[in-house]
Write a protein that binds this ligand. Structure first.
Ligand code: NAD
Length: 251
């Protein structure tokens, strides 16, 4: 018996077995949930099918497109009915905006990163709202770079600050309908997305070095916190950003 038995959760952002979204999906399944995965495009679909060994419970959703988001949630409703939660583990910024000087960030680069990494949470929350069951949870992923100037994290830090503010406003908006919105601020983990940041190895190394135990956080640990935040066990937690970083934020 798991604390998510019988629950259906949409997980957005699995690219491969190193993805934080995959850590979340595994933890949700461990607690008895049925996971429905969304993937960005055909290229990502191939990777997810390889990981899962099946095409079942897969729905395309490119968060850059309102049409794609609308189609995805219509498909989810038609094929799987109402859902009990949503995990948003999606971010993107141009590589040149994850290096060098912040003053060089272009207007287009700023808009793109904000659109995919922050606005998308608002867009998918709106699309999911009509099919979310009572006491559902929405969880997104953020990073310490939202509140501190982490070298090279640059544009993504700015986007994550907007994401964290969006979590608070969405939480205030949706909690009267008994939908809870929260974020996990995960420690640095080697994934496809993080490799876009210049000198990302250093970012991961420094992050690990700043944990009191000198051991970095895993996608499984982030996933377990996500399962808790999605579930009614966390009914008192609303609009919060919770560090799951082995204590990096302490120093
Ligand atoms: P990842 O590369 O495994 O996942 C990023 C996902 O974003 C991919 O699945 C990609 O397909 C998806 N994506 C990008 N653009 C998209 C679009 N237009 N439409 C739909 N999907 C799109 O990397 P990850 O590190 O697991 O990233 C997941 C989340 O965790 C991100 O929000 C990231 O910023 C956050 N995060 C990562 C770390 C870290 O150190 N890896 C730390 C804290 C927070």
């Amino acid at each position: 018996m798991g604390f998510l038995d019988g629950k259906k959760i949409v997980v957005m952002g699995v690219a491969n077995k190193k993805s934080i979204a995959w850590g979340c999906a595994k933890a949700l399944m461990d607690q008895g949930a049925q996971v429905i995965y969304t993937y960005q495009n055909e290229r990502m679909k191939k990777l997810v099918v390889k990981l899962l060994g099946t095409e079942a419970f897969l729905v395309e959703c490119d968060v850059a497109s309102d049409e794609s988001i609308a189609t995805a949630f219509t498909t989810i409703k038609e094929e799987y009915g109402n859902i009990d939660g949503l995990v948003h583990a999606i971010a993107y910024a141009n590589k040149e905006d994850l290096a060098g000087s912040v003053v060089d960030i272009s207007r287009d680069g700023f808009s793109l990163a904000q659109d995919i990494s922050a606005y998308s949470l608002i867009a998918v929350s709106k699309a999911a709202q009509p099919i979310l069951n009572d006491n559902a949870g929405i969880v997104t992923l953020t990073y310490l770079g939202a509140e501190r100037a982490v070298p090279n994290y640059n544009m993504m830090g700015i986007a994550k600050a907007a994401l964290e503010a969006s979590v608070r406003y969405l939480a205030a908006d949706l909690s009267p309908q008994n939908i809870r919105v929260n974020a996990i601020s995960a420690g640095a983990i080697k994934t496809l997305a993080v490799s876009g940041v210049k000198d990302y190895q250093k970012l991961i190394e420094v992050s690990k070095d700043r944990t009191p135990s000198k051991v970095g956080v895993t996608i499984e640990e982030v996933g377990n916190a996500c399962a808790f935040l999605i579930s009614p066990l966390s009914s008192g937690i609303i609009g919060e950003v919770i560090f799951v970083d082995k204590g990096v934020h302490l120093s």
